[in-house]
Design a protein around this ligand. Structure first.
Ligand SMILES: Cc1ncc(C[n+]2csc(CCOP(=O)(O)OP(=O)(O)O)c2C)c(N)n1
Ligand SMILES: [Mg+2]
Length: 539
């Protein structure tokens, strides 16, 4: 039955029907009715120190839980401050919903505070519109969230003029129907199964949409049914555990050069895959993704399918009669993998001072639980983590993805902590990255959320400094003040801080931080001369 309520309740009731447990936000008068309704309706209000973190938290929540993540921001600067997370969510295919205030409609054009039309500058990044009628709010919120959650997933944005938000309306919310998705094309599945049966050196590269489509179990079944070596990137990491006999990471360039069949699933053929141009001459390429619009039209494909990957993988598993004859190929890749791992061993236990960044990961691997959630926000420090920190399940690794926006880490860690209160949450932070959003360390303390931040403090923007030096023989705009006491900053915010400058103290300090059960920051002084060995073409 409809209730006559202020329009904030139209938002909160729609969110409740969608199963939304919390909103990420920063205050502003335009959105008070949403706060009031969420407060009274039992939706947690998680407030942060900069709207970008509210946006990244909503995006992180969506990517970790595969359910819509919601940010609520005030008009004008609240919206402009959330642009980067919205763009990042678009690159990551994250079902994120941003709800915003807006200057009053009845006085539009007369110069109200923060009067700006958000929709035109949001439109390239999100499905964006203004809700002018309080009676239309419920349907608009439900439709926006369902749209964001339907492949091809992308962020959605709604704003509500102040006079709409502060009016009253009849509020009634029906059942929200599940998202509908297509079945994979049967003939494409048959063709791919045939290619698989023929292949002697096949590999599967799985990316974020493997996880976002809920296809992790189906992928594992397919990989085992076809004896198919698998490499995982982005949110795909962990969908087959890193220690599975068919999971590889280091042998990737060898695999891509020598494979006779590459199945790319749930990730675009972008710079991370050499634009699909770096495969061997005779390599057949298959591209699978959640929706037809995501399947590459740029490079020639042997086959493609645009349907949710859980369905496509299941259909392929059913179509595979017998495992492929890939034994020699798997052994060759395992040999390559082990050779590369052995080459990293010395750095992982390096006793050099200043501390080698790899030593941090040598120690961290011993302290992290198997289901720990690791967030990366930084340059070289996080590149090492991507290589050295294993993921054993999906939804356990979050980095910015191909949009690459620094400053996302605390928002992601906030979402991780709320989604998984019983698991370790580790925020790997470059010292440069920390500057964008380090104030959120206070947010962890204020909300009582024990995240462990580990700062790779090399006093530079390493991922820019080293390449610029290599290119020009010198560098500018690449230095920070060395040795900054970020641990004291954490203490000032009421959390636990430790400084580490002795390699032998890295492990014990990390252990103390996780065992403390308090929001903690471990400030590790790392060697600025160490540059991550980088070969990929970003352009
Ligand atoms: C918002 C934003 N600004 C600038 C960049 C370019 N950028 C990428 S990595 C990087 C350096 C990061 O430095 P730090 O966090 O200290 O990590 P380090 O490379 O030193 O380990 C910069 C400036 C970016 N990706 N995002
Ligand atoms: Mg740095």
């Amino acid at each position: 039955m409809a209730e006559h309520l202020h329009a904030g309740y139209a938002v909160s009731r729609a969110l409740k029907a969608l199963g939304v447990e919390q909103i990420f936000t920063l205050s502003g008068g335009h959105i008070f009715p949403i706060f009031d309704a969420c407060h009274n309706d039992g939706i947690r209000i998680v407030d942060v120190r900069h709207e970008q973190s509210a946006g990244f938290a909503a995006e992180g929540w969506a990517r970790l839980t595969r359910r819509v993540g919601v940010a609520v921001v005030t008009a004008g600067p609240g919206v402009t401050n959330v642009m980067s997370p919205i763009a990042q969510a678009g690159f990551n295919g994250a079902p994120m919903l941003v709800l915003a205030g807006r200057a009053p409609q009845f006085r539009w054009g007369k110069g109200s505070l923060q009067e700006i039309d958000h929709v035109p500058f949001l439109a390239p990044l999100a499905e964006a519109r203004t809700v002018m009628d309080p009676a239309a709010i419920v349907d608009a919120v439900v439709a926006a969230a369902r749209g964001a959650s339907s492949p091809p997933r992308r962020p959605a944005f709604l704003d509500f003029p102040l006079d709409v938000m502060f009016s009253t309306t009849d509020v009634e919310v029906g059942e929200v129907p599940p998202v509908e998705t297509p079945e994979p094309d049967g003939s494409a599945v048959e063709e791919i199964a045939r290619l698989l049966a023929e292949a002697r050196r096949p590999v599967l590269i799985g990316g974020s949409n493997v996880w976002l489509d809920g296809a992790d179990a189906a992928l594992r079944e397919l990989v085992e049914a076809a004896e198919l070596p698998v490499f995982l990137n982005g949110q795909g990491r962990g969908c087959v555990p890193a220690d599975h006999r068919l999971a590889f990471s280091r042998a990737r360039s060898r695999a891509l050069a020598d494979a006779d069949l590459v199945i790319v699933a749930g990730t675009p053929l972008d710079f991370r895959l050499g634009f699909g141009e770096g495969f061997g001459q005779a390599t057949k390429v298959v591209h699978l993704d959640s929706h037809a619009s995501l399947v590459s039209g740029v490079i020639p494909l042997a086959a493609g399918a645009g349907a949710p990957l859980d369905k496509t993988f299941a259909a392929l598993t059913a179509a595979v009669d017998a495992p492929g004859d890939t034994k020699d190929w798997v052994e060759l890749l395992r040999g390559e993998e082990e050779k590369r791992r052995a080459a990293a061993q010395a750095d992982l236990s390096s006793t050099q001072t200043p501390i080698h960044p790899m030593r941090v990961y040598g120690e961290l691997a011993k302290v992290l639980d198997r289901d720990a959630i690791v967030v990366g926000d930084g340059g070289d420090f996080v590149s090492y983590a991507g290589r050295e920190v294993p993921s054993y399940e999906g939804g356990a690794w979050l980095d910015p993805g191909p949009f690459g926006c620094l400053g996302c880490g605390p928002g992601y860690a906030l979402a991780a902590r709320l989604a998984h209160p019983d698991r370790q949450v580790c925020l790997l932070y470059g010292d440069g990255a920390l500057g964008f959003s380090g104030t959120e360390l206070e947010t962890f303390v204020r909300h009582g959320l024990p995240v462990v931040a580990v700062v790779g403090n090399n006093g530079i923007w390493a991922l820019e400094k080293h390449p610029m030096r290599a290119m020009y023989g010198y560098d500018v705009a690449a230095d920070l003040r060395p040795g900054i006491r970020y641990d004291r900053m954490m203490e000032a915010f009421g959390g636990r801080g430790e400084l580490v400058d002795d390699p032998e103290e890295v492990g014990p300090a990390l252990r103390r931080a996780f065992e403390s059960g308090e929001p903690s920051l471990v400030n590790i002084l790392t060697d600025p001369e160490v540059a991550y060995p980088r070969s990929s073409n970003l352009a």
